[in-house]
Ligand binder design. Structure first.
Ligand code: NAD
Ligand code: UDP
Length: 338
C-alpha cells in the first residue's frame, strides 16, 4: 500500500516508516518539523535504500493534506502528528486542543474528501487514567488526568463516531505503552529537544555525561522497590505492531478496532537503571526526588488481544532496549564531535 505518515519524521513515525518499507509498502511523510528534523529522511533513505517523499506541512492545513493524499495516490494514513508533553499541555491547553484535536479533525475531513478511509491512530495508555486493575486490557474504563490525555480520549471518541456513521472506514486505535530504544542501524532514535521528560532518554544522557544525575521520581510507591513500574516496549517491536494492525484492518469487519501495544511486563525505574548500567557497562548516578505530579504507581498492558487478533507480540527484551538506546546515544555523540 501507499501510506501517508503524519508526524513521519518523529521518533515513532520514522521507525514505522522503516518497518513499512521493509515489508513492501511505500510511504510519504507529512510533518511540520515542529519536533523533528528533515535529516531523518536522509537517514531513512540510507536504512531502506528507497527514496522517501517528505511533505513539509501542518495537519491543520486541509488543502495541503488533500494535495498530498491525491498527488501521492495515498491508500491509508498512519497518524502520529501531535504534541505529547504532559506538563506543557497543562500550561498551554489551547495549543494542545488546537494541534491534536483540531489537527485530527482536519485530517479526517481531508481523508473523507479524498475517499481515503483507512487510518491507524497513535493513542496512548494514558487514556486508562489511574489503573483500577492490572494488567490493563482494552476494556478497562478510560479517563484523563491532564489535557494531553484528554486530547487522545477526545480523538478516540471522534473516531468511534465516524466509524459508527460510515462502515467503510477501517480504523485502528493503538494504545502505546512506553516506547524506548532505537533502530539497529543507530541512525534513527529518540532525540528530544532540551531536557528529556521521559526516563530512557534521560538515563542515556546521564550515562553519556550530558546530564549530571537522574532524579528518581518517588521511591515510596506500592511497588516491589517503591519506584514507578511501567511497560517498556522496544520501538522496533512497536513499529512492527503498526504493520500488523494495518495489514489486519483492511481484512476484518469492524470499522474501528482498539489494541494495546505493550509487552505485558512491568519494570521499575531502578530496574531500568540497573539494566542500563549492566548491559552497557556504564554508570548512571541517581538520587531520589519527590514524586512527579500525575504519575501512577504501576501501569502495564495485557497484550493478549493484539497477540490473538494481530498475530503480533513484542520480541525484544530489556537488554535489547538498553543496548540500542546507548548505541543511538553514542552515534549522536560521534556526529556532534564531527
Ligand atoms: P515526536 O514528537 O517524535 O513525533 C511527532 C511528530 O509530529 C513530530 O515530527 C512533529 O514535528 C510532528 N507534528 C506535530 N504537530 C504537527 C502538526 N500540527 N502538523 C504536522 N506535523 C506535526 O513524538 P513520537 O514519540 O514519535 O509520538 C508520535 C505519536 O505517538 C504522538 O501522537 C504521541 O502523542 C503518541 N504517543 C507517543 C508515546 C511516546 O512515549 N513516545 C506514547 C504514547 C503515544
Ligand atoms: N521517571 C523518573 N525520572 C525521570 C523521568 C521519569 O523517575 O527523569 C519515572 C516516572 O516517574 C515513571 C517512569 O520513570 O515512573 C516512566 O516515566 P516516563 O515519563 O518515561 O513515562 P510515563 O510515566 O509518562 O509513562
Amino acid at each position: 500500500m501507499n501510506i501517508l505518515l503524519t508526524g513521519g519524521t518523529g521518533y515513532i513515525g520514522s521507525h514505522v516508516a522503516a518497518a513499512l518499507i521493509s515489508t513492501g509498502h511505500e510511504v510519504v511523510c507529512f510533518d511540520n518539523l515542529a519536533n523533528s528534523d528533515a535529516v531523518v529522511i536522509d537517514r531513512l533513505e540510507a536504512i531502506t535504500g528507497t527514496a522517501i517523499p517528505l511533505v513539509v506541512g501542518d495537519i491543520r492545513d486541509g488543502d495541503a493534506l488533500r494535495h498530498a493524499l491525491t498527488e501521492h495516490g495515498v491508500e491509508a494514513v498512519i497518524h502520529f502528528a501531535g504534541l505529547k508533553a504532559v506538563g506543557e499541555s497543562v500550561a498551554q491547553p489551547i495549543k494542545y486542543y488546537d494541534n491534536n484535536v483540531r489537527g485530527t479533525l482536519s485530517l479526517v475531513e481531508a481523508m473523507a474528501d479524498c475517499g481515503v478511509k483507512t487510518l491507524v491512530f497513535s493513542s496512548s495508555a494514558t487514556v486508562y487514567g489511574e489503573p483500577r486493575y492490572l494488567p490493563l486490557d482494552e476494556s478497562h474504563p478510560t479517563s484523563a488526568t491532564n489535557p494531553y490525555g484528554r486530547t487522545k480520549l477526545m480523538i478516540e471518541e471522534m473516531l468511534t463516531d465516524i466509524a459508527a456513521a460510515d462502515p467503510d472506514w477501517r480504523i485502528a486505535t493503538l494504545r502505546y505503552f512506553n516506547p524506548v530504544g532505537a533502530h539497529d542501524s543507530g541512525l534513527i532514535g529518540e532525540n528530544p529537544n532540551g531536557i528529556p521528560n521521559n526516563l530512557m532518554p534521560f538515563i542515556s544522557r546521564v550515562a553519556a555525561g550530558r546530564l549530571a544525575e537522574l532524579s528518581v521520581f518517588g521511591n515510596d510507591y506500592d511497588t516491589p522497590d517503591g519506584t514507578g513500574v511501567r511497560d517498556y516496549i522496544h520501538i522496533v517491536d512497536l513499529a512492527d505492531g503498526h504493520v500488523a494492525a494495518l495489514d489486519t484492518i483492511v481484512k476484518i469487519e469492524p470499522a474501528l478496532s482498539t489494541w494495546n501495544l505493550g509487552t505485558g511486563q512491568g519494570y521499575s525505574v531502578l530496574d531500568m537503571v540497573e539494566a542500563f548500567e549492566r548491559v552497557n557497562s556504564v554508570r548512571v548516578p541517581y538520587r531520589v526526588a519527590p514524586r512527579r505530579d500525575g504519575d501512577v504507581a504501576s501501569c502495564y498492558a495485557s497484550p493478549e488481544r493484539a497477540a490473538r487478533e494481530l498475530g503480533w507480540t513484542a520480541q525484544r527484551d530489556l537488554e535489547a532496549m538498553c543496548a540500542s538506546s546507548w548505541s543511538f546515544e553514542r552515534t549522536l555523540a560521534m556526529r556532534n564531535s564531527d
